[in-house]
Design a protein around this ligand. Structure first.
Ligand code: ATP
Length: 365
């Protein structure tokens, strides 16, 4: 078991590329931390610095609270799993899994290999070569080789990205429950937010080498720290609308969105949260699932828009609604009994919380 700390860590490559920029992060004992962000945001570089394969240009990596700079990759006790699995093609599955034990001269290798292979459900293919396995089986062999060393830290770099989506779904559940069972700290890199949100204890979101937000999946989705995170997480994404705030004290807070105005009653705690932005322009973020389609003549505060088009996905229907100049996405639009969708509908709104600076307000159910 192990903790990991990054203290003001930056990495500048010799060609001047700033891959990681002033990252501070603490990963707890036994925690499953996912580093999430688009391609090139510095996820793998952070992983490689934790592993000791790269040195930070500035700052330091701590393992169990101690500076790791003097430790070789081997001394760090980390096991890495890569997206290409990096198996030895000429060796059997059993020899691949047992390889780290052989290198460190351990006895009883066969027992340990069969125990790990049994736990991973690949006990019956130990004699095969990697080329004779399915993608999912190869991934399990790579996991087995990582586990057999009893590492104090797992580092996984997009370990599922070469697999088809159904297998990815199955394996992400398997990997996260296996890692939790073993109680080993894990740093897992992915650009796939579904993977991040379903597997992580906490997610660290990066953009251009800069850490944007860290929190549980529920936190970063529901309470994003920056506008970038608000827009990045969620599929379809949060709709963002500019609005002006006007406070009519003790009565309501008015949000002016284009040519429409929504009133949040003063007794609603969310009105108080928005009130501090009186007279300012803010950005209101609305998640598709937070909007409820209602008939146009519904009483109360309703945002009115015109449906531009619908997308039917089987399990959900999405309506793309123009509200002024903004396209708002609405989930689970109930299809009327006659099967025809009216051209306009009202959208009831719910204001939930504020995020970050005055320019950012998230609206949710
Ligand atoms: P991906 O998901 O595509 O693997 P990533 O988030 O893991 O991306 P990194 O591989 O950490 O990103 O790369 C971060 C940035 O650093 C990128 O701009 C990349 O081109 C650059 N980079 C990585 N390695 C080097 C290197 N050895 N020399 C110069 N630049 C590098």
């Amino acid at each position: 078991m192990s903790t990991v700390g990054l203290r003001d860590v930056s990495k500048v490559f010799p060609d001047g590329t700033v891959a990681v920029d002033g990252v501070n992060l603490d990963i707890g004992n036994g925690e499953f931390m996912v580093l999430l962000g688009p391609s090139g945001c510095g996820k793998s570089t952070i992983l490689r610095m934790i592993a000791g394969l790269e040195d930070p240009s500035i700052g330091e990596v701590l393992l169990d609270g101690e500076p790791a700079a003097t430790l070789t990759p081997r001394e760090r006790g980390v096991a890495m799993v890569f997206q290409d699995f990096a198996l030895y093609p000429h060796m059997s599955v059993g020899d691949n899994i047992g390889f780290p034990l052989k290198v460190s001269g351990q006895a009883n290798r066969e027992d340990q290999v069969s125990e790990v292979a049994g736990a991973l459900g690949i006990g019956d293919v130990l004699a095969r070569r990697p080329g004779q396995l399915s993608g999912g089986q190869r991934q399990r062999v790579a996991m087995g080789r990582a586990i057999v060393r009893r590492p104090r830290l797992f580092l996984m770099d997009e370990p599922l990205s070469n697999l088809d989506s159904q297998l990815r779904g199955e394996l992400r559940a398997e990997i996260s429950s296996l890692v939790r069972e073993l109680g080993v700290t894990c740093v897992y890199v992915t650009h796939d937010q579904a993977e991040a949100l379903t597997m992580a204890d906490r997610v660290a979101i990066l953009r251009r080498g800069v850490l944007q937000d860290v929190g549980t999946p529920t936190d970063v989705y529901g309470r994003p720290a920056t506008l970038y995170v608000a827009a990045f997480l969620g599929s379809p994404r949060m709709s963002l609308m500019e609005a002006t705030v006007k406070v009519v004290l003790d009565r309501y807070v008015a949000l002016r969105l284009g040519d429409q105005e929504l009133h949040i009653p003063w007794k609603d705690l969310r009105a108080r949260a928005v009130a501090r932005y009186h007279g300012e322009r803010i950005v209101v973020g609305v998640r598709p699932e937070a909007l409820l389609p209602v008939p146009m003549d519904s009483p109360g505060d309703v945002l009115r828009g015109r449906i531009r088009h619908m997308e039917h996905h089987g399990h959900e229907s999405l309506a793309f609604v123009d509200v002024g100049a903004t396209a708002v996405v609405v989930d689970e639009m109930a299809t009327p009994a006659n099967g025809r969708m009216p051209a306009t509908r009202g959208l009831r709104k719910f204001i939930d919380r504020l995020v970050g600076s005055p320019a950012q307000v998230a609206v949710e159910e």
